[in-house]
Design a protein around this ligand. Structure first.
Ligand SMILES: [Zn+2]
Length: 287
């Protein structure tokens, strides 16, 4: 038999354990498995970004200039995942559309979002042909539309009118500009949209503020105007570009301007794929 003193000690120890367990349950960190991931793929000279919602649903924005995107998808998607919920084509240039042809052939795609702008470049024609053959649902993007993946919201900011079957002077400026919002976290994807689009967005007093900016047109000086950058005020600016390219991209002037605007500038040419994780309050780079 325990002495009375021992019994009291055992009871006190038991109460302390109970207290510790209760405190842990009350103050434990919020579960971190419900995270959003955003990948800025290294696809050489082109653009490709994959958004992975906390529930695993996916949005692929552009596919880069060749089939590299398939390898990049394989690196981040859970093993065996054969579905991509949304594929968004910002505009029909080869450095954005070509990889998507391979994606449509390999993955089960839920829906395609694009402008449907008119263009006769071979890769785009092939992309449209596959869409027709597979009868995939297609949504034509116009400003003010909104769609969701899980708790992640996407707002189309540009183009401001329906471009379906329209010929345009500058395909870059036909780019879909889309803003992601997840709680407090915001990311702006600009495709190759240039200064004219930036001015239009500023004129329309659109809320452009974002933690991360996918820098317009691979860091070319056709995009990333001073006033636009002030409005976005990004913590990170991601330039999707190849080390060696025939266009002299990115423009050193733009890199300097991004840095002056207070952004940490990251280039896929230097970093490879750049991946961010986010909960509803914070976004951080996964090294
Ligand atoms: Zn481009």
């Amino acid at each position: 038999m325990f002495s009375l003193r021992k019994k009291i000690l055992i009871i006190i120890a038991g109460l302390l354990v109970l207290l510790a367990v209760s405190l842990f349950l009350i103050f434990r960190p919020v579960s971190t498995n419900k995270q959003l991931a955003i990948n800025f793929f290294d696809v050489g000279q082109g653009d490709s970004e994959l958004v992975q919602a906390p529930n695993g649903q996916t949005l692929l924005i552009d596919g880069g200039p060749d089939n590299t995107v398939l390898r990049r998808l394989g690196e981040v998607l859970p093993w065996g995942q054969a579905k991509i919920d949304y594929v968004l084509l910002t505009h029909p240039h080869a450095d954005h559309v070509t990889g998507l042809v391979a994606v449509l052939q390999k993955y089960k795609v839920g829906r395609v979002i694009m402008t449907g702008v008119s263009d006769t470049s071979p890769n785009y024609i092939q992309f449209l042909k596959i869409l027709k053959q597979t009868q995939l649902p297609v949504a034509l993007a116009v400003a003010n539309q909104e769609f969701d993946l899980d708790d992640v919201k996407f707002n189309i900011l540009s183009p401001d009118h329906n471009l379906f079957d329209q010929a345009v002077n500058d395909l870059n400026d036909s780019s879909i500009v889309v803003k992601l919002t997840y709680g407090q976290v915001k990311v702006l994807f600009t495709g190759d949209a240039g200064a004219a689009v930036e001015k239009e967005l500023l004129k329309n007093k659109i809320d452009l503020s974002a933690d991360v900016l996918k820098v317009g047109h691979h860091g070319s000086d056709t995009a990333s105007g001073q006033v636009f950058l002030q409005a976005v005020n990004p913590k990170w600016a991601i330039v999707s570009v190849a080390k060696v390219n025939q266009y002299g991209l990115p423009s050193q002037r733009i890199i300097n301007r991004l840095a002056r605007a207070g952004a940490t500038v990251l280039q896929t040419a230097d970093q490879g794929t750049i991946r961010f994780l986010a909960n509803q309050n914070n976004i951080w780079r996964q090294q």
